[in-house]
Design a protein around this ligand. Structure first.
Ligand code: XMP
Length: 537
């Protein structure tokens, strides 16, 4: 859930959501049984230019049909089919007359429902495994007889259901089964993860060979249909976009701008905790490279006044969220006074934010307030346009590229809505913001120089309220500590710290200490997520 969207929802500005959806395209429906890899299945299929949607495994048959499926994939999941709280999936999903591919739990579900048996394996199979393909199968067409695959399961199929035969096995267990007459296929391993060699070919065999899907889901097609839909939806109305300069809001705005031109106004707020020169640079890029109509509002003082004396992380987040709404609201009123009523708001919401996954693990606890969505008290009537609602992040970049957006804008690392405020531990003051901006600029600059920027999910500096003694020339120093954070991640939900080359760390450290008076010590954060989080607050 993007920062802006949460803030706006929680303040009730948005009464109705109107998404620009990809309707009627033939799709592969992925039913989610709670696996951490479910979204990856949909992504792998979309990489083949075939549209794919993820639905909870409890989806009604009518809903599944409404997505015009040409095939169904049943994902993995943490449960056992014999659990009393196993997801209550309608077994008739297997009777829609469509080809079905079960993956891991999906295989066990099919086995169980269709009259076979499943048992708890004596040993949990986790990690790499070697599979031998023993029978010819459309699913394994063109693949070698021995496959290196990724397994992660505790249960395994035992007695196969009537009409099924064994296609592949590991030393210990069933690895693939099928019932060709019914077009049922199932694998115990995970073809969607990159550790499974030839996994993509297997999925291609299912999607193109078995389901006969056409590769019609392309950026050009998406842009064309979205532009048309935005025009139809908005008519002669006026549209606002709260833009941050990040990839999602910039691509969303560019798409809408292509549809309705300067009836779109993009509001860009300086909350005083942006990175060095970001307020000027983002405006320049959006105006000169994307030709957007930008309304820039420098509200630094308002934010700084509210943040004075505040040290508690959640309070900082709430203050910045609330103040953003106030500033945005004032701006909407000003625009309306000058140019007439505004009806619509564009948001760069992405698909992972809207996928409703089954709650197999129960409600998750709130770690940081940006994961919350508040109620909808009625106040201001803006309707929402979400042109990227059906897309994953890498697809947004592809669309941006097709729209002619420059690569440096599309490859920007994510930056949190509350900005540097959640990277300054303790009170946020203008002086501390300035210190962190300088240190951060050095970190990012050196990482770019080393050619690492685009391989890293996020890399930044954190200002700690810890002072220590140092020596510079003949002088004693007593100054702040700065931490360096660099992580790789697929989606921000989990992350690994990056072992940056020592030479890069050395340059960063010596530049910060020499060029940023006020910081005399640099440390490196080697915590992954979990148990850490990416941001320090
Ligand atoms: P954490 O710190 O929770 O961050 O591990 C996960 C990802 O989310 C980003 N982040 C935010 N993004 N509003 C945002 O739009 C926020 O309030 C916010 N807080 C954290 C963070 O940068 C990382 O990519």
């Amino acid at each position: 859930m993007s920062f802006l969207r949460e803030v706006l929802y929680s303040h009730g500005r948005i009464l109705r959501t109107l998404s620009v959806e990809t309707t009627a395209l033939p799709s592969i429906v992925v039913l989610d049984f709670g696996s951490q890899y479910t979204q990856l299945i949909a992504r792998r299929i979309r990489e083949q230019n075939v549209f794919s949607v993820v639905l909870p495994c409890t989806a009604k048959l009518d809903e599944i049909r409404s997505h015009n499926p040409v095939g169904i994939i049943l994902s993995g999941g943490p449960c056992s089919v014999y659990d009393t709280d196993a997801p209550p999936t309608d077994p008739n999903v297997l009777k829609l007359g469509l080809p079905v591919l079960g993956i891991c739990y999906g295989l066990q579900f099919m086995t169980h429902v269709l009259g076979g048996t499943v048992h708890a394996a004596s040993k949990r199979e986790y990690g790499h495994a070697e599979v031998t393909v023993e029978a010819s199968s459309a699913l394994f067409r063109g693949l070698p007889e021995k496959l290196s695959v990724w397994m992660s399961h505790g249960d395994e199929a035992d007695k196969l259901p009537p009409g099924f035969h064994l296609v592949a096995r590991t030393n210990n267990a069933v690895a693939a089964i099928e019932n060709v007459a019914e077009r049922y296929y199932a694998v115990q391993f995970h073809p969607e993860v990159h550790h499974t060699k030839h996994g993509t070919e297997l999925l291609r065999n299912f999607v193109f060979g078995i389901c006969q899907a056409q590769p019609s889901w392309t950026p050009a097609k998406f842009i064309e249909s979205t532009v048309q839909k935005v025009r139809e939806t908005v008519g002669n109305g006026r549209v606002l976009c709260a833009i941050s300069g990040g990839v999602d809001s910039s691509v969303a705005a560019t798409l809408v701008h292509r549809a309705i031109g300067d009836r779109l106004t993009c509001v860009f707020v300086n909350n005083g905790v942006l990175r060095k020169d970001e307020y000027a640079k983002v405006q320049h890029n959006l105006r000169t490279k994307l030709h957007l109509n930008i309304d820039a509002v420098d509200a630094t003082k308002r934010f700084m006044d509210k943040l004075a004396g505040v040290t508690e992380p959640e309070r900082k987040r709430k203050i910045i969220g609330n103040e953003f709404i106030e500033v945005f609201d004032d701006e909407v009123h000003r625009i309306e006074r000058e140019s007439g009523k505004v009806e619509w708001l564009v948001q760069g919401t992405l698909y992972p934010d809207v996928i409703e996954s089954v709650s197999v693990r129960g409600p998750s606890v709130t770690i940081k307030s940006h994961h919350n969505v508040g109620g909808l008290p009625e106040k201001m009537k803006l309707k929402l346009i979400e042109p990227l609602r059906d897309l994953f992040k890498d697809e947004v970049r592809r669309i941006g590229r097709d729209l002619g957006m420059p690569d440096d804008m599309l490859q920007r690392q994510p930056f949190p809505g509350p900005g540097l405020a959640v990277r300054i531990l303790g009170e946020v003051t203008p002086e501390r913001v300035a210190l962190l901006q300088e240190a951060d600029e050095i970190v990012v600059g050196e990482i770019k120089k080393a050619g690492l920027y685009e391989q890293i999910w996020q890399s930044f500096a954190v200002l700690l309220p810890v002072m220590s003694v140092g020596v510079m020339g003949d002088q004693r120093t007593y100054a702040y500590t700065c931490a360096i954070r660099a992580v790789t991640s697929e989606d921000g939900m989990t992350a690994d710290w990056v072992p940056l080359p020592h030479e890069v760390l050395k340059t960063i450290s010596s530049r910060i200490v020499n060029e940023v008076p006020g910081i005399n010590r640099v440390v490196y954060d080697i915590t992954s997520k979990p148990p850490g989080t990416i941001e320090w607050e």
